[in-house]
Design a protein around this ligand. Sequence first.
Ligand SMILES: [Zn+2]
Length: 199
Amino acid sequence: MSVLPSSFETLSDKLAKLPGVGRKSAQRLAFHIISMPDADAEAFAAAILDAKKTIRECAVCRNLSESEVCTVCDNPRRDPRLVCVVSDPKGVLAIERSREYGGVFHVLHGVISPLQGVSPNDLRIRELMERVAAGAVDEVILATNPDVEGETTARYIARLLAPFEVRTTRLAYGLPSGSSLEFADDATLTRALEGRVEY
Ligand SMILES: [Zn+2]
């Protein structure tokens, strides 16, 4: 039987479900939240609800967006015929960090992983193929992470793209395999983009 109120336990349990938050950190965060001024706690809860309500997927690239079409797809200075495929929105942030990229994106929202029960149908691969089939794309840069699942996903998509008249390339990672796009420094990302190879 806990010596703390059940509402505290509930809050702590919810926090413990967040990625990277263990039991102890969850309790520490819960103590912090209950010590917040009411207005701050309310603003915090409202921010969660607001983000959930307003953020959706861009109708074109499936990145997170507050409008029907995201700010990248909507930018006339970006080349819509050059599409960089990333596994998640963190990949978009990583590529944007290089400041060298002038194309647009396609966000898969995951990678193929039989172990985790993620199949191609769970990803936004069909939506990518629709963009390509519509003749809207000249080059697809496969920028999934250079780990086993990222490679499997890149190979799967490359096979689907083969019948289409589209150039398919893969980032030239100057990174050991098994690493993640997210943690690559800006210079490495720039080199990876510039040195991309036919796939
Ligand atoms: Zn978009």
